[in-house]
Design a protein around this ligand. Sequence first.
Ligand code: G3P
Length: 217
Amino acid sequence: MKFFVDTADIDAIRELNDLGMVDGVTTNPSIIMKSGRDIKEVTKEICDLVDGPVSSETVALDADGMIAEGLELKKIAENIAIKVPLTWDGLKACKTLTDAGHMVNVTLCFSANQALLAAKAGATFISPFIGRLDDLNLDGMELIADIREIYDNYGFETQILAASIRSANHMSEAAKIGADVATAPPAVIKAMANHVLTDKGLDAFMSDWAKTGQKII
Ligand code: G3P
């Protein structure tokens, strides 16, 4: 499973990228707002740092507007994936942009039917939002499994980009189901390294080592 980082925090992206943990980056209008930076400026910085796709989201609500904004965002760098919402106009924009050879990430997907339409429209990535479904006491992971099954049934090449990931468990669950990509905030990716038994075991080793009075260096 590829890891995308869901942030515009340059330092956090750099830290994970240096460890080889970053296959791409996703942003959205809320993430840009949180960064407090100019969208083109911060996106360019991310694209210079990361080799993989960097999703940058349009904000127009009509297809022509999305296409125009998408092409403008695409000027930032070659590795821009144009992000459009899963609306009827978003699907139209997706078809036009993918036909023209651009990567398109269709976002705000909450149903298997929406994902099926995005694949038919040629989306490069479909972004089902796990956490926001869980917030409503629905099962976000079940949606990932349903989309996986449907795409595999028909050989759709659209990559499933599990999004709105809120916990380390979401990462492993998405990987077990076979999501192609998962995008998560840096803190969630780092939290994947944590285990209470690792901490406990390390404490015991440290205290026993101290009793030996030895040094390695
Ligand atoms: O990838 C989409 C993501 O940014 C949404 O996450 O936590 O706002 O639902 P969240």
